[in-house]
Design a protein around this ligand. Structure first.
Ligand SMILES: NC(=O)c1ccc[n+]([C@@H]2O[C@H](COP(=O)([O-])OP(=O)(O)OC[C@H]3O[C@@H](n4cnc5c(N)ncnc54)[C@H](OP(=O)(O)O)[C@@H]3O)[C@@H](O)[C@H]2O)c1
Length: 338
């Protein structure tokens, strides 16, 4: 059986997460029992939610235990099977964690899913045609529920979730406005992702400047907003929101290291009768088949061409993850393991 390099959570961050919170170890892969398969991971997904799991505080999900392999989505190939459900060579998506191989109990519902790479590259099953894509779909379709012609906004617009949101909203006839960090990301949002406008939060780094820029980008106000960041960006959106606007609260990455994110003017929620709804995509498994079908078609037909930032080798995962929390990724952050 092959050797397996793994990254464990070694300590909990105090404030900002750092590379010293993680530990690289090498373990033997155990011999398979009946019903199990051995998966060799090709890509590991790095996602902002992992920062929350590093804390030991009350949340919607249990904390990552210390001394165990970090949680994470993976795609790969079955290299050994003692299950009738999977054959050697099957390409699969699962939650293999920050390691090169995983042993999976194939009978466990949802533990491993076969994927078809004829029209969709394997890595996209961790991004646009995976959890982040479904996240964009849920917030847009089920919470914002836009009508054609409405203006919808998204922060972290060029990331895994934001880029899928752009394509889904364009397909529904919306004016789509992104908020992203830096001129390159904003140009990419407009020229490659098809956003109608994109506001650079590095250029507009305070409430007044951001709200002026949003006024220009959204001349008819904002009908729907998908929040990934929080802080003054959300305040600026609320200032420009139309009556009966809908806000899907997906993430608050500006506060994941413990920064407070006060809301400057909550009275706007009342004045404009705004609906604000938070959600966790894994609590809505019923929409995944429909969402994945639409997202798969958008990718297969070239209407969504997601960008990826790929770190090489499991040892690169901690730094790549810390970079994701600082906006150093450009598109979906992955680690290539093969
Ligand atoms: N609710 C759910 O079920 C669910 C599921 C998946 C993801 N999410 C959330 O969705 C959001 C996007 O996730 P993703 O996987 O697509 O990540 P991503 O957008 O690919 O990467 C994170 C991006 O956040 C932006 N960012 C980081 N710190 C920031 C700050 N202080 N201020 C402004 N922007 C900052 C950066 O983009 P810029 O350089 O453009 O600022 C960075 O590239 C996250 O908040 C995540 O937690 C929620």
């Amino acid at each position: 059986m092959p050797q397996n390099r793994q990254i464990l959570l070694d300590s909990r961050p105090q404030g900002e997460a750092s590379a010293s919170n993680f530990k690289l170890v090498t373990a033997d892969t155990p011999a398979l029992q009946d019903g199990q398969v051995l998966v060799r991971h090709h890509y590991l997904s790095l996602d902002p939610y992992m920062r929350g799991r590093m804390n030991d505080s009350k949340s919607y999900a249990a904390s990552q235990p210390l001394g165990e392999v970090m949680i994470g989505g993976t795609v790969g190939e079955v290299v050994e099977s003692r299950s009738p459900k999977f054959a050697v060579g099957d390409q699969v998506v699962g939650m293999g964690g920050w390691q090169e191989y995983s042993v999976v109990d194939a009978a466990q519902p949802g533990a491993l899913r076969k994927v078809d790479t004829t029209h969709v590259p394997l890595s996209h099953y961790l991004g646009a045609v995976g959890m982040p894509g479904v996240t964009a779909w849920y917030g847009l379709v089920k919470i914002i529920a836009p009508k054609a012609g409405e203006t919808v906004v998204v922060s972290a617009a060029t990331g895994a979730v934001g880029s899928a949101y752009g394509a889904l909203a364009k397909a529904r006839g919306c004016r789509v406005v992104g908020i992203a960090g830096g001129p390159d990301k904003c140009r990419y949002a407009r020229e490659e992702l098809g956003f109608d406008a994109c506001v650079d939060h590095r250029e507009h780094g305070d409430l007044k400047s951001m709200s002026r820029a949003l006024k220009e980008a959204c001349p008819h106000g904002i009908d729907g907003h998908f929040e990934n960041v929080g802080g003054y960006i959300l305040d600026a959106v609320l200032l420009r929101a139309n009556a009966f606007a809908r806000v899907a609260v997906c993430g608050m990455i500006a506060g994941y290291d413990g920064q407070p994110l006060p809301l400057q003017n909550p009275a706007l929620i009342l004045i404009n009768r705004i609906k604000i709804e938070g959600f966790i995509v894994s609590e809505h498994m019923e929409v995944w088949p429909e969402a994945l079908k639409e997202l798969g078609t958008l990718v297969a037909t070239g209407k969504l061409r997601p960008r990826e930032t790929i770190a090489q080798g499991i040892e690169a995962a901690p730094e790549a993850f810390l970079g994701l929390l600082k906006g150093r990724n450009f598109g979906k952050q992955l680690v290539k393991l093969v």
